[in-house]
Design a protein around this ligand. Sequence first.
Ligand code: MN
Length: 233
Amino acid sequence: MTAYLFSPPAVSSLPIRGQSQRFAIHRIFCVGRNYHAHAAEMGRTVDKSVDPAFYFTKSPQTLVQSGATVAYPPGTQNYHYEMELVIAIGRRGFRVSQEQAAPLIYGYASGLDMTRRDLQLYARDKGRPWDLGKDFEQSAVCSEIVPMPGVVLERAGIALEVNGVTQQNSNIDKLIWNVREIIADLSRFYHLEAGDLIYTGTPEGVGPVVPGDKITGRVEGVAEIALTIAAAE
Ligand code: MN
């Protein structure tokens, strides 16, 4: 048995609907600018014929389960929600075609890609990495995993409310790169593995939250998600 100087980090995991076993998280990938209306509100356009999809990652340790209360994060004055469909990968795949993508799908979840928008945009405009804006503690919020093996979701409402007021309301049929395309494209760059999560991007309507706010949201036919914002530490 390996001896460690200190206890190794716990395995990040999520409950699976209808099962006692949990879904152990391997990596968290996120797609950037995957809805035209959101790209526009960020001051950008996407031309799929020339622009490749792009990705960033969050550490597995940033994962927070739906229903949590999180402190307003340090270093920001513009803490944003982004409601997203999350793909849960259940099988290894490398350089898969779009036609070969479905068997990699274990299921789906509803996710919040919480963002320190001021830090993200500062980094973006300086040509620097997005980590401070995206890969911070408790920034990857996720519902339970809903098993839908091999199912390619093509249409589903996606919506988010802050304190009960609708802020995001769209459909995943507006994804610029759809579920098959994301899996196939990402597998050109990584050996996808069971336990990988892919946050597929957010529709328009992103905005700030402050301490005391309660976020609710859902991908219809998948799962509900909730997050409460507490005072800063
Ligand atoms: Mn996002």
